[in-house]
Write a protein of this length. Structure first.
Length: 306
């Protein structure tokens, strides 16, 4: 099963390049923004600068939010790029989410979700695709006819297939998002380094011209601005190098013992993958934690974990 934002009922105006640009360049803001509802026709991107609270619902909206999002009702047929955390006290249906933080919601259906931290779902995930850089916590939730891919672990109450023709997949220990983030942050580092080179060249050009005109003692505002820009860029390069080094260290850690825990029951034919090791489930009425030894997936009854 593969979903994309053109197959799930909303028209996404965000290109992959635009989303990556937002994630790399935009900082979080501390402004507080409040709406009763946000209802549009999916015809344009609405930028919201700050932590956003919506009392009722979001419908047919293309939103870029550079803070956190709290929606106290359902979100329907929308695409949302959010740089903070997302909390939805309602159902997500026919939506696409790109979230830099965590996601906490009631239910997800017919939707496509990518985020960098944990996903918490209270009730169910149906006919959706979720890719997360953290854990999936659905400890009381049902996953049906969906694909859930996480960097860490999966907790879920029940797992099933709605029909024999619909795949349900649970994949843990997948570092794809982490590796993509490393590439993005390396790109950002290269951009800063190139800007330093061009800024130094501009400073050298101005200084040479001032020497030629014998005006080195004169105040030249543009030169001062360029020197300030250079100092700021050099600070950004130092911070960016530290971030890249930290991400590389995470990626190079010895393989963690990731697992998939299904608390009560699951049906035949559930596709399970843990750190690259694959397994097709046999139905069970009791809870199981799936793990891998690197070659095979094995199961441990939940009762033995208590």
């Amino acid at each position: 099963m593969h979903l994309n934002q053109h197959q799930i009922g909303n028209v996404s105006l965000f290109s992959k390049h635009t989303i990556q640009e937002y994630f790399l360049l935009y900082p979080l803001t501390n402004e507080e923004i409040h709406f009763e509802s946000i209802i549009n026709d999916n015809s344009s991107i609405q930028e919201i600068q700050g932590n956003t609270t919506v009392d009722e619902t979001i419908v047919k909206s293309q939103l870029f939010i550079d803070g956190n999002l709290i929606c106290n009702g359902p979100i329907e047929k929308s695409t949302i790029v959010c740089l903070g955390d997302v909390t939805i006290n309602g159902i997500v249906n026919e939506c696409t989410f790109f979230v830099r933080g965590s996601i906490n919601c009631t239910s997800i259906s017919n939707s496509f979700v990518i985020n960098e931290h944990d996903v918490i779902v209270k009730n169910d995930v149906r006919k959706s695709e979720i890719t997360s850089g953290g854990n999936f916590d659905g400890i009381r939730a049902v996953i049906q006819g969906s694909k859930v891919v996480v960097c860490e672990n999966i907790f879920v109450e029940k797992v099933s297939k709605p029909t024999e023709f619909t795949q349900t997949s649970l994949i843990a220990g997948d570092k794809r998002l982490l590796r993509e983030k490393i590439v993005q942050q390396k790109t950002k580092l290269t951009d800063f380094e190139q800007k330093i080179v061009s800024t130094k060249q501009a400073i050298e050009h101005i200084v040479k011209r001032m020497i030629q005109l014998n005006k080195l003692t004169m105040k030249f505002p543009l030169l001062d601005d360029l020197k300030l820009t250079l100092r700021q860029l050099e600070e950004k390069v130092v911070n960016q190098k530290e971030l890249v080094a930290s991400l590389l260290e995470q990626n190079n850690f010895p393989r963690r013992e990731n697992f998939i825990q299904i608390n009560s029951s699951f049906s035949d034919g559930i596709f399970i993958e843990i750190s690259g090791t694959k397994f097709i489930s046999i139905a069970s009425d009791s809870g199981v934690r799936f793990k891998t030894d690197g070659e095979n997936v094995y199961s441990l009854p939940i009762k033995q974990l208590l």
